[in-house]
Every structure is written in structure tokens, then in C-alpha cells.
Design a protein around this ligand. Structure first.
Ligand SMILES: [Fe+2]
Ligand SMILES: [Fe+2]
Length: 360
């Protein structure tokens, strides 16, 4: 603490001033404040405060000044001043409180620097974790893709069927106002719907005619077999795929299999898959029946609204007619499965003359 007269000469100083700034009373008292410590106190910011600000008002508060002193080095000071006038109004005294906050500021800067380093370290670790998760997700999707392909070898359905139904399902999910993440899950999980056919004997799967009652019962085990294959995974896609496998033959009115679930007891993804699976199967030739024209297949789906199918799903399906037709055109029946950027990208192979081969 310093007390200055109206000429800014030191009238008195307290002991901590002498201790902190390593100066003696004889070189302090009566000196112009700027001359203290061999003119080390001639600090522009201090001049501004004492001569400009105090001339206009009677106090200044918490002015932080950083200065390099020869005797004590770089210091950060917090300055507060009060201008006190004697009753005559002529004489005045300035009380200048000087707090050395160097250590506090230093500690704050160290903490801030460590904070920044810590943040950067956390960001690096988060990014590495994110990359690892993406690799795991990519690996999971790749595995799913291969699993679906394995089932194709057994079934009469072509690869294009599972691609079309997954894209139909995603289009319907979006039309129903489901989040994009759910539509993406449809793309990944719906191809698994018939994975359980791996467990059905070939003579039933590949029988060129209608199945007898015993064969039908055997075939109806495929949702349970698929769910058993897919169950117990931590992967969200596989858990949804399990739902798809287990419930894609359930019917809205409860007459489906394997459990005869009703209405919303059937997961949405199963209700959606039921519609698109039947629609797509109708549109393509089977050994035991001819393909149905698209318009007629749509009408057959519409006729089963509220019976086999969830009315809301059928409404979204009918409202998505253009998108459905475009998907059907895009993924014709001969496709070469590829895998890119976490989504199924299927490319129709080129014939010798460059046109897409749609003959098979
Ligand atoms: Fe099925
Ligand atoms: Fe299917």
C-alpha cells in the first residue's frame, strides 16, 4: 500500500510494499512514484490510471498491470486506488493498493495450459475410439452381408430380392416419419429376414412345386432358426435383424407365424418387412407360379391392409409408390453385390454390349 500526495510523491508505504518490491524506505519516501526503484515504476498503464482516470473520478478498481522489475523480475499486480480530498478541497491524498498476484496468475495459466493439453489428449483418444468403433461397425456390417449371401446360396431368392426389400423397407420407414438411423437399420437388418433358411433342408427349399403340409411346417421353422442364429449379439443391427427374422411372417390380425403376434406386438421392422417381402415375391417369377404385374401386386398388398399387414405400413407403402418403382427398376434381378461406405451398394453387371443384363 502506498499513500501519494497530489504531486504523486510517496507520503508513506507499508512494510509489505518494501518486502514485495525489495526497496528501502529511504529510497521510497518523498520520491515521485514513477521514480521508485530507479524509475522502474514508470509504467505507462500506471501513469494513465493516476493521471487520467483519477483526474475524472475518485477511484479505480482492479486494474491488472504486468511489469518487469529489475530487482524482482516479471510481476503481475492488481491496482486499486482511492482519491481522498481534505475538506478544504485543495489537499488530496491517493491511496494506492498494490496486490502482487503473480503466483495466482501463474497457477491459472499452468492450469489453463494443462486444461488445453488435457482437452487435446481427450479429443485424440475420442477420435481413436470413434475410428475403432467405425471399424467394428464396418466389420459387423461386412459379416452381416456375408451371412445374407450364405443364405442366398440355399434359397431360390436372388441377391437382388434382399437388396430390394431392404431399400423398400428403408423408403417406407422414412415415409412413416422414422428417423434416418432407423431407415439405415432397415437397410442393414432386413436382408437377414430369411437367414434361417440355412437350417431348412435343400429338398424343401428347392422343391420345384408346392410344398406338402409337413414341408410347410418345416419351412415355417425358418424365422426361429434365423432368430437363434442372430440372437445374443451386442450389435444393434444384429438385434434388429433378430426381430426381422423372427417376425417377418407374423400378420397384423394375429394369423401369422411362428408366434401369432397381433398388431403392435409385432415390431415395426417386422411389420414393414412383411409387406415388402410379400410384394417383392409377388413381382417375380417362382417355380410354382408366374410373376404378378407390379400394379396388381400393389393392389394385393392394399387388399391385405388391416388383415396381414399393418394399415399404417401399407399406407406408407402406397404413398411411396414412385420410390418403390424406382428401387425395383434400380435393383433388377441380376446384381453383383458390393459393399461401400457402410451401406449396401449393388451394381448390376455389364453385358458385352454394355447394357445391364436383366435376363436371369
Ligand atoms: Fe421368410
Ligand atoms: Fe424374402
Amino acid at each position: 500500500m502506498l499513500a501519494l500526495d497530489h504531486d504523486l510523491r510517496v507520503v508513506t508505504a507499508n512494510s509489505s510494499f518494501y518486502e514485495v518490491f525489495k526497496v528501502k524506505p529511504e529510497e521510497t519516501l518523498g520520491q515521485l512514484v514513477y521514480d521508485l526503484g530507479d524509475r522502474q515504476w514508470d509504467i505507462p498503464r500506471l501513469r494513465e490510471m493516476l493521471e487520467t482516470i483519477l483526474a475524472q473520478q475518485t477511484t479505480f478498481d482492479d486494474y491488472e498491470v504486468e511489469h518487469d522489475f529489475a530487482a524482482i523480475g516479471q510481476r503481475v499486480m492488481l491496482l486499486n486506488a482511492r482519491l481522498i480530498r481534505r475538506p478544504s478541497g485543495v489537499e488530496q491524498i491517493i491511496l494506492l493498493a498494490i496486490e502482487d498476484i503473480t503466483d495466482r496468475r501463474w497457477a491459472e495459466r499452468v492450469l489453463q495450459r494443462h486444461g488445453i493439453e488435457l482437452e487435446s489428449e481427450i479429443a485424440k483418444k475420442a477420435s481413436a475410439l470413434q475410428n475403432a468403433l467405425q471399424r467394428i461397425e464396418q466389420t459387423t456390417l461386412d459379416t452381416i452381408h456375408r451371412l445374407a449371401k450364405a443364405a442366398e446360396f440355399k434359397d431360390q431368392d436372388t441377391g437382388a430380392h434382399i437388396v430390394r426389400v431392404s431399400h423398400y423397407a428403408a423408403a417406407i420407414a422414412r415415409r412413416m416419419g422414422q428417423p434416418q438411423s432407423f431407415a439405415d437399420m432397415c437397410l442393414y437388418a432386413v436382408p437377414m429376414h430369411d437367414i434361417g433358411k440355412i437350417g431348412i433342408p435343400d429338398h424343401i427349399l428347392q422343391k420345384p412345386g408346392k410344398l406338402n403340409e409337413e414341408e410347410v411346417q418345416k419351412m415355417r421353422e425358418h424365422p426361429m432358426i434365423g432368430a437363434a442364429i442372430l440372437s445374443g449379439s451386442d450389435s444393434q443391427v444384429l438385434r434388429i435383424a433378430e426381430d426381422v427374422s423372427l417376425t417377418h411372417h407374423e400378420r397384423w390380425d394375429g394369423s401369422g407365424y411362428p408366434r401369432g403376434l397381433h398388431n403392435e406386438a409385432i415390431p415395426l421392422v417386422g411389420r414393414i418387412t412383411a409387406v415388402v417381402d410379400v410384394f417383392d415375391a409377388l413381382c417375380f417369377h417362382r417355380p410354382y407360379r408366374e410373376a404378378v404385374p407390379v400394379e396388381q401386386a400393389m393392389k394385393m398388398v392394399q387388399d391385405d391392409r388391416g388383415h396381414a399387414f399393418d394399415p399404417a405400413v401399407v399406407d406408407a407403402f402406397m404413398a411411396s409408390k414412385e420410390a418403390i418403382m424406382a428401387i425395383g427398376d434400380r435393383f433388377v434381378d441380376v446384381c453383383q453385390p458390393g459393399f461401400k461406405r457402410g451401406i449396401y451398394k449393388w451394381v448390376a453387371p455389364q453385358t458385352a454390349n454394355g447394357a445391364n443384363n436383366t435376363d436371369n
